[in-house]
Design a protein around this ligand. Sequence first.
Ligand code: BTN
Length: 338
Amino acid sequence: MTPDTEYRQIEPNEDTYVILKALLDAGDGFVSGSQLGDQLGVSRPAIHGKLEKLREQGFEFEAVRNKGYRLIKETDVLHPDLIRYYTEKSQHTTDVLYFPVIDSTNSEAERQLSFARKSPFAITSSCQTKGRGRLGRDWHSASAHNLYLTTVFEPNIPPQQLQHFTLWAGIHICRALQSFVPNAPLKIKWPNDLHCDGRKFAGMLTEAKMDADSIRSIIFGIGLNLNSNPANYPIEIRGIATSLYAVHGKELPLNQVAAKVIAAIHTAYQCAMGASITENIADAWAPLSALAGKHVTAIMSGKEISGIASGIDASGALLLQTESGMRSIRAGDVTLKK
Ligand code: BTN
């Protein structure tokens, strides 16, 4: 890494974490300044100063004499201590690194692996300057109200299992996000896109490092349009992209969503490893498919194949009912026929 490509990581801060944890655990209740001061071993004015700093970061508190402080609003951008709080609440604890700006969270994941960071871990960022999409495309990553996230595992599995991991990730992420937007049906466009109302709100990119015949590391990245306004997207994607804010009509809690997505990816990983499979992947996929029953064209090895999308098979391939019978599409790009 050269000096001009060095990115600043913001580490969780123990004092801030303790304050936020006390306030979040209290819910709508108040926490007294003296209780916070005792927990941190500092004076009440020092607590007041720390809360002022948090206010500058976008948090809002109510302060009432003789009662203390109450958290009214979390910051609406990624915050390392909030991510820590929400990930520690989930059963999948993992190190989560936060970079305000990065070239690509997938690239940072590769660098961290090369520095021998132990997996699993996750990289989050508020802005990517070189976000990567599938098939060599760019991923527009300019909004701090979106989520740019990469999770890393080192599985040592045969390559065929990788496809399953990405499909399970789509299934579990979709389910996790659905609980935040109950009235907007979320779907998966095979293999890697999350859709709502016919528009894409998230894309997944799985990159793997191989040994001779097994997968050494999985670098799984997701770009999730969360609270951004599609009216501000580049013109070329404005008609095909959306955000959860746009489909839900209300902002979502970014740090909570990040923790839920990380937990969903860990569940998907366990499914792909065969650890906690209680359901069949084709059955889990069926109700979430954005393509089911639709006339689509797939490009596989440079050849166009058209047919009616009919779910996936046990290997994760997309099934197309074509004029010459059922065909399975193992990889490639699929477009809906107009
Ligand atoms: C696609 O739909 O083409 C996949 C997009 C994947 C984008 C995410 S954002 C986080 C991670 N870092 C990257 O550079 N890409 C992925």
